[in-house]
Structure formats: structure tokens, C-alpha cells
Design a protein around this ligand. Structure first.
Ligand SMILES: Cc1cc2nc3c(=O)[nH]c(=O)nc-3n(C[C@H](O)[C@H](O)[C@H](O)COP(=O)(O)O)c2cc1C
Length: 291
């Protein structure tokens, strides 16, 4: 039987992330086993940027990351649900993603896992960059992103009180099973489908999901984004993903070449400033009282 894995970034039991993931699973027509993973129950430490995973093929931190990633790798299909905290996806999803360099040995097994994502926010319009963070997670986990949606509800489970939540769950379930795409709401990046765009000046724009740049045009009120693939594609193809990890591994020799220069530079800054360390008394800054 197919395994559908739901990654829940909300720590709230019986909350909106949990219920919407279960509702998407209910709306799937194919028989499947739903596996739920609440990130908050796992000890997933922040990445320490040691880069050793690139060469060892595993992360050296001792925690629950391998188990969580194991579930991701074993998924036939993926549902990711994340709450908005302070105008973005909550940090549990990002902390999990930040350990993703260790996935460099899993690119082929991860590549193309069908996935949908849901972001939940308490106040319509106050989701900030949640959707971008969610789509970045799915793309960087090398999924085949079938659809994403933002839903609104503050109280635990509120997202399913009206019809809208169930209808969205149905659309996402359909997309996960390949029956529809959910990208009908306006202009999107022609390279990756991203909907978060930065304006660079004049008519230049950049897609914040795939980082490619191009122009924005408007004709008869219809906006069109003309964005092309750049030289360093991250994840458009499996080859791109593999090449990116190779490029990262190449940083080791670049680091060795520059190490003396970098150390000298570092020394120039070493004694600068006063460190606030855990347990140290925080000194009162007098200039703040004078304001
Ligand atoms: C720390 C915190 C910050 C929040 N910040 C926002 C926010 O910036 N925008 C918003 O619309 N909702 C915000 N919310 C509300 C949650 O997104 C909302 O309650 C959502 O339903 C939580 O999903 P859950 O039920 O799966 O936990 C915040 C909630 C918490 C706990």
C-alpha cells in the first residue's frame, strides 16, 4: 500500500495543520497508509554549518533527524502543513530544512516525490512569506510540487469549520493524485511556478523560489513574467540538484586555497565587541535610557 507522509510543523495537537493533513488524506481516492510526523516531537537540532555531511554522507549531530528524514525518504507522497508564526512559516519547518545538506546522498530517492503543501494563518492576508517558505521546503526536498494553498483559521481545527477548508483539501488531494494543478491564481514564474516575486528596478524581476530573473510585462491589464533559467539552477532537474551538491563539495578546495587569507582577516576582527553569553549579566546601555 502506498505511504502518504504528512509532515506537521505545528506543535499544536488537534490544530489546523493536523486536521487539514488528515482531511487531504481522507479525500484521496487511492488506498494508502497515512503516516503523521509532528516535527515538535522530534529532537532536531539546528545545523551547525560544519559541512561534514557533504563528505561523510550523514549528519554528525546526534538527534532524531535521521528518523524524521527516513520518513521523508520512504514517502510515496508527501503532505506538508505549516502554521504562520510572525509573518512566516514557523521555525520547526526551517530547522528541519536547514539540515537538508545531509540529503545529498538521497537525491535520487527523494527526487520527484509528489507533494502538496498547506500554510495556515490566523488572519487572512497576514501570512507574510509562509507560502514562499513552504514552497521552498518542498522544492529543496526535491519534491514534485503539485499544489500549495494558504488557508485561514486561528482556533485549533477552525480551518475545517466552513466549506472552504474541505474544498481546498479536495483540490490538494486531486493535485496530489495528478488530477489537477492548483496554480490558477495569477502570474507565476514560468521556470518553477513560484508566485513570490521581487522587483529589481525598471521592469526587472526575480523569482524568490528558483532565484531566476527576467522581466515583467503588462498587456491589456494582463501581467506576464518573462523569466529564464540562469546558469546555476538549484532544482529544476535531478542533474541540477546533483550538480549543486557537487558544487558545494567543491567549496572544500576553495576553502583550503583561501584559508590563510580568511584567518588573517578573521584575526583583525577577533577582539571586537563584547559577547553576550548564556548566563552573563546583560549590561544596561545608558544611551537607551537617554532617548
Ligand atoms: C507565535 C505565533 C505567531 C503567530 N503569528 C501569526 C501571523 O503572523 N499571522 C497570522 O495570520 N497568524 C499568526 N498566528 C496564528 C496561527 O497561524 C494560527 O493560529 C494557525 O491556526 C496555527 O496553526 P495550528 O492550529 O496548526 O497550530 C500565530 C500564532 C502563534 C502561536
Amino acid at each position: 500500500m502506498k505511504k502518504v507522509v504528512a509532515i506537521l510543523a505545528s506543535p499544536r495537537k488537534g490544530g489546523n495543520c493536523e486536521l487539514i493533513a488528515k482531511e487531504i488524506s481522507r479525500q484521496l481516492s487511492e488506498p494508502h497508509q497515512l503516516e503523521l510526523l509532528r516535527l515538535a516531537e522530534f529532537d532536531i537540532k539546528p545545523c551547525t554549518a560544519c559541512y561534514r555531511c557533504l563528505f561523510l554522507g550523514r549528519c554528525v549531530l546526534k538527534d532524531d533527524y535521521p528518523q524524521a528524514v527516513g520518513a521523508l525518504v520512504a514517502a510515496d507522497a508527501l503532505i506538508v502543513a505549516v502554521p504562520t508564526y510572525f509573518l512566516g512559516p514557523n521555525s520547526l519547518l526551517k530547522t528541519f530544512l536547514d539540515r537538508g545538506m545531509a540529503l545529498n546522498t538521497e537525491t535520487e530517492r527523494l527526487w520527484g516525490t509528489p507533494a502538496v503543501g498547506v500554510g495556515i494563518a490566523g488572519i487572512p492576508g497576514k501570512e507574510g512569506y509562509t507560502r514562499l517558505g513552504l514552497e521552498s521546503f518542498l522544492k529543496l526536498a526535491l519534491c514534485d510540487v503539485r499544489a500549495t494553498a494558504m488557508l485561514y483559521g486561528a482556533l485549533p481545527g477552525e480551518v475545517l469549520l466552513g466549506d472552504e477548508g474541505r474544498q481546498s483539501a479536495k483540490r490538494l488531494a486531486d493535485a496530489l493524485e495528478g488530477r489537477a494543478a492548483d496554480r490558477s491564481e495569477g502570474p507565476s514564474c514560468p521556470v518553477c511556478g513560484g508566485v513570490s516575486i521581487r522587483f529589481l528596478g525598471n521592469d526587472r524581476v526575480q523569482c524568490l523560489l528558483c532565484s531566476n530573473a527576467g522581466t515583467i510585462q503588462s498587456k491589456n491589464g494582463v501581467i506576464r513574467l518573462d523569466i529564464q533559467s540562469g546558469g546555476h539552477e538549484l532544482f529544476a532537474t535531478l542533474d541540477d540538484a546533483t550538480r549543486h551538491f557537487q558544487w558545494l563539495k567543491g567549496m572544500k578546495s576553495r576553502f583550503k586555497e583561501k584559508i590563510r587569507e580568511l584567518k588573517e582577516l578573521n584575526l583583525q576582527y577577533e577582539a571586537e565587541g563584547h559577547w553576550v553569553t548564556p548566563g552573563s549579566p546583560v549590561e544596561k546601555v545608558s544611551s537607551k535610557d537617554d532617548r
